[in-house]
Ligand binder design. Structure first.
Ligand SMILES: [Ca+2]
Length: 141
């Protein structure tokens, strides 16, 4: 997945990420939302290898139940067996918690990213995320 300008370069957590859905590759918000709803089960956090929920899915149960975190993506995988580390490009958070992502292991790094409960991000900073955790809705990462 090539990096798309406009979806990267700013730091900080954001709520909802609607701006980045609109700034994606031209796919309408309505169609993205419909496909997202069917692709990621209710209550789950789903990572995708490519933008717009393409290229392979990974559903990470450790983010929606104890320990509610993955300190290093290197040993987590997409369904095709490839590592999550530095590969995630879009995210659906269909859980009741806020999802937080970082570009380095142990919740560190240049990029952090927040995806509100029951929201999605059709494009996040491409191929850099390496750790994640969830917090109760309304709490900061
Ligand atoms: Ca990717």
């Amino acid at each position: 997945m090539k990096r798309s300008s406009g979806a990267v370069g700013r730091r900080g957590l954001r709520a909802g990420l609607i701006v980045f859905v609109l700034a994606g590759s031209g796919i309408g918000v309505t169609s993205v939302e419909a496909s997202a709803a069917t692709a990621c089960p209710q209550g789950s956090v789903c990572f995708y290898k490519d933008a717009n929920f393409q290229g392979g899915i990974s559903i990470q149960q450790r983010l929606v139940e104890s320990p509610y975190q993955i300190a290093n993506f290197v040993n987590s995988h997409f369904q095709d067996g490839t590592t999550l580390e530095n590969q995630v490009s879009s995210v659906i958070n269909n859980s009741d918690r806020t999802l937080c992502l970082w570009s380095n292991r142990n919740f560190q790094g240049q990029y952090n990213w927040g995806v509100t409960s029951h929201f999605y991000a059709a494009q996040i900073p491409n191929d850099v995320m390496t750790s994640a955790r969830t917090v109760p809705a309304g709490q900061s990462c």
